[in-house]
Ligand binder design. Sequence first.
Ligand code: ATP
Ligand code: BTN
Length: 251
Amino acid sequence: ETAIWARLPYGRLVVISVINSTNQYLIDRIGILEPGDVCTAEYQTQGRGRRGRKWLSPFGKNIYLSIYWRFEQGQSATSGLSIMVGIVIAEMLQRLGFEGVRVKWPNDIYLNNSKLAGILLEITGQVGNVIHFVIGVGMNLNMPGSASDMIDQDWINLQEVGITIDRNALVAELINTLRQTLQQFERDGFAPFVNRWQSLDNFYNCPVKLIIGNQEIRGISSGINTNGALLLEQDGEYHAYSDGDISLRLA
Ligand code: ATP
Ligand code: BTN
């Protein structure tokens, strides 16, 4: 093993040129990790999204980054976690000047109505009440246009909107933001984040369909509840959708 870990104020950082998946890199080393350890790579040969879907991860100044953490409160405490990570990354990008940044339930960051970044939370083990997990963030900075052949939805590069931003600076911001957020989540849980969702929600009050397996459910996208479940208004009633393989699309 030749990788060199740099010590951070909390956790460590390893920068790799090519790897199957930064999430997998950490998962494979779970026994030697400290909370806050981060892996970032130039490109991934098997970048992944939810449920075995692919995350296109070519070489060329995109961000592929994962952070390891553990919680002592068991798995139920993690509901809302990937929602929360979406919120803080969107807010971070807004602070940096990217005004068109929004979130899409449950795990995407949107810019100008197109997918900019995705978040993948993977729970990698539980001992007693302690759960171990990895949160991965993939963000397009200058994905080649030819990627459109491979990505079956609208997507965008951060650098398309005319603000110059250095990738390494962004990675540093991202690491700080993730660590702070995970620490805050440990202290205060998800509740403080619920109210921050609505103004960022790209589809708030929009007619949408939820694709659940081969089923389609239509309604008005109406924010999230205190567990991070999606609220859908259907015939004047609100229904919460949370688990499983749900994809949200405009209706
Ligand atoms: P949801 O919309 O609910 O997030 P999804 O269809 O986006 O579901 P995910 O598993 O979240 O599925 O993300 C994987 C999908 O993201 C792929 O099927 C592809 O459509 C898209 N995708 C893959 N690579 C990229 C990329 N680099 N940038 C933007 N989108 C990508
Ligand atoms: C999604 O929208 O489905 C989430 C995509 C998450 C991609 C990131 S890139 C870094 C980390 N490593 C992976 O293999 N996936 C995540």
